[in-house]
Write a protein that binds this ligand. Sequence first.
Ligand SMILES: [Zn+2]
Length: 67
Amino acid sequence: MHALSAHFVNCLERERLAEEFGEARTRGRNLSRLRRLTVPERTALEQRETQARARLMEHDTQHRCQP
Ligand SMILES: [Zn+2]
């Protein structure tokens, strides 16, 4: 059995949350590169990113699936 792949499928829920967080960050970065964002837009994007990160951290605390 491959150690790396075993770690990779360690926790699908965490993977999903990490992906969500990554997407929120990427989306915000891409949008702000395309045009100047309004304050509410930027706030919403930041909130989204903060919430995604909080969910990921909460998962790590509660689930303890990370080594
Ligand atoms: Zn987990």
